[in-house]
Design a protein around this ligand. Structure first.
Ligand SMILES: C[S@@+](CC[C@H](N)C(=O)[O-])C[C@H]1O[C@@H](n2cnc3c(N)ncnc32)[C@H](O)[C@@H]1O
Length: 255
């Protein structure tokens, strides 16, 4: 089963779009960044699978070798997998979340960090996650709320791309709907919000983020239009504020 057309256009051939987006989050108002906050809460043990692992940023935070974890990483993107293969002692598979190349009950923990909103059918992916988890195994899913980064996505029409104003969520898998989705295949579903917003001190990382959504550098006119909105706010406030809404959902694979 193929990854979504949106995921292919964003990620198949480049890590650049993801890298530009992660960079904007370095302007978080919470001194504990997302990956450090996540590490404290992930139910890590034994055989760990991350699906949609991207550039593997989580594993520069977590020392899986020192913690005795057996790590497997999956991404459909050849560009991402080339990065993932640089991570020591990790087994990497280029594969789709909807058709994982593993036997039933192979893992103790499965992580899907900011990826389920990219798949065409999140329920199908969750059924596949339940299949490869052992009974009692733990699922950890990070997902955004419906108004996540609204101030950023409001700039999409400003640069002539109103279709990008919906943000990165390509289906209805949001922080609000996520717990109901998980409850179809998992028990003990819990949700915890990561407390942070963004305060971006210059226009450049915002321009880079917008370019990542378009998938190409902004034209001089697009860039000028975005700056005309962002720069006066920075001049007045010292930063451009963007509200975040990200949650970690955890659940257990029933016996
Ligand atoms: C927003 S990125 C998140 C990457 C990483 N988890 C992180 O948080 O830095 C989403 C990732 O999911 C991958 N992806 C999207 N759809 C997928 C699918 N159907 N199967 C496997 N990987 C997928 C993309 O290639 C991309 O690397």
């Amino acid at each position: 089963m193929k990854p979504s057309a949106h995921a292919v256009s964003q990620y198949a051939e480049t890590t650049g779009n993801l890298v530009a987006r992660i960079a904007l989050h370095s302007y978080g108002t919470n001194p504990q960044d997302w990956f450090a906050w996540l590490e404290e809460r992930l139910p890590l043990r034994g055989d760990v699978l991350e699906v949609g692992a991207g550039t593997g940023k989580l594993w520069s935070q977590i020392d899986h070798v020192a913690r005795g974890l057996r790590l497997t990483l999956v991404d459909f993107s050849p560009a991402m997998c080339a990065e993932l293969r640089k991570i020591p002692a990790a087994v990497v598979h280029e594969a789709s979340a909807l058709e994982l190349p593993f036997e039933d009950a192979s893992f103790d923990t499965l992580i899907a960090n900011h990826m389920l909103y990219h798949v065409d059918d999140p329920a199908l992916a969750l059924r596949e996650f339940a299949r490869v988890l052992r009974p009692g195994g733990k699922l950890a899913v990070a997902v955004n709320g419906g108004t996540h980064m609204a101030e950023l996505f409001a700039l999409a029409p400003v640069i002539g791309h109103p279709e990008l104003a919906r943000g990165l969520t390509m289906n209805d898998f949001t922080a609000e709907a996520g717990p109901g989705y998980l409850a179809r295949y998992f028990t003990d579903v819990e949700s915890e919000r990561y407390p942070s917003d963004l305060a971006v001190p210059t226009a450049e990382p915002i321009i880079a983020y917008l370019a990542s959504l378009v998938g190409a550098p902004l034209t001089p006119d697009q860039e000028a239009a975005a700056r005309a909105v962002v720069q006066p706010v920075i001049d007045a406030n010292g930063n451009y504020p963007i509200r975040k809404h990200t949650v970690l959902l955890t659940a257990t694979r029933p016996a």
